[in-house]
Design a protein around this ligand. Sequence first.
Ligand code: UDP
Ligand code: MG
Length: 311
Amino acid sequence: MTKITYSIVAPIYNEIEIIDEFCKRINAVMDATGETWELVLVSDGSTDGSTERIRELAAADEHIRPVIFARNFGHQIAVTAGLDYTRGEAVTIIDADLQDPPEVILDLIEKWKEGYQVVYAVRSEREGESWFKKFTASLFYRIIYKITDVEIPLDTGDFRLLDRKVVDVMNSMREKHRFLRGMSSWIGYKQIGVEYKRAARFAGETKYPFKKMLQLALNAVTSFSYFPLQVASYFGFFSAGIAIIAIPVVAILRITGSHFFEGQTTTLIAVLFLGGVQLISLGILGEYIGRLYDEAKGRPLYIVSEAPENG
Ligand code: UDP
Ligand code: MG
C-alpha cells in the first residue's frame, strides 16, 4: 500500500448540513500539499443521516475512511478512535463544523516540517459564540492552567497536528476519561502554537451543551491534578486551627462569667459549616473513585459497528 503522509481526524455527531462542505474544503486544502493524505471521519452515533452520507462520500472518494460508532460515545472518544485508525506521518485533529478553518492545516504542517512534533492552534479570536460560552471557556482554560501539573496552553482546543511518534504514545494511553489536549501536552517533545481566528459554525448548533462542557472540565481536572483532593485537607487544617484557638478562648470567657458564647446559633453555624465541607469533600472523593472504578472495569473505550481495516 501507499505510504500516507497526512491524516486528518474529524469527529461527527449529527452534522448532516456540514459534511459535504467540510469534505470539499479538506480536499481543496490537502490536494494543495501534493502529498498523500487520508481523512478519517468518525460518526459518533449520529441519528440524522450523517452516517449514511459519510458512507456515500467514502464510496466516491478513496481519501475518506469512515469509522462508525455503535452509539454516541462523546467527542473525545470519537477523536481517540479516529487517531487509532490513522496511518499518516502527521495527524491533524479538527472539528467538522468548520469552526477550525481547514486552511490553517497548512500552517500547522509548515511548523511540523520545521521539526515540531506537536503544533497546536491557538484561538486568538472567536466568532459567532455566545458570551456565556466564551466566558466559561476562558475561565475553564485559566483554571486548568493554574491547578494542573502539566503546562496546557491557554485558549487551545483539540485542533492540532501531532507527529506519528506522539500519536503512537497517545494511542497507548488507554485512560477512560480523556482530555486529549492535556494528554498531548503531557507527552512532551517539541511543541509550538500557531494563532488562528476561530470562525462561527458553518451550520447547525453546538453539540457541546453546558453539561458536556462541565464533564470535560471535570475530566481535565481529575486527570491532571490532585488539587481538589488536597483542598479537603486545607479546609481541615483551617477548621482545626480555628477550633484550637476558639476552645480556650470560649472556656476562659465562660469561667470568667461572660455570656457571649451562649445559645445554639454558634453551634449550629459550626455544624453546618463543617457538615458542608465534609459533604463537598466526599463528593470530590466520589469523583475520583468513580473514575478509578471506570478504569478498573477495563471496558473498551468505544464500540465500532463499521471501521476500515488498518494498514
Ligand atoms: N462531536 C462528537 N460527539 C459529541 C459531540 C460533538 O463527535 O458527542 C463533534 C461535533 O460533531 C463537532 C466536534 O465534535 O465536529 C465539536 O463539537 P461542537 O462544534 O458542537 O463543539 P463546540 O465547537 O461548540 O465546542
Ligand atoms: Mg464547534
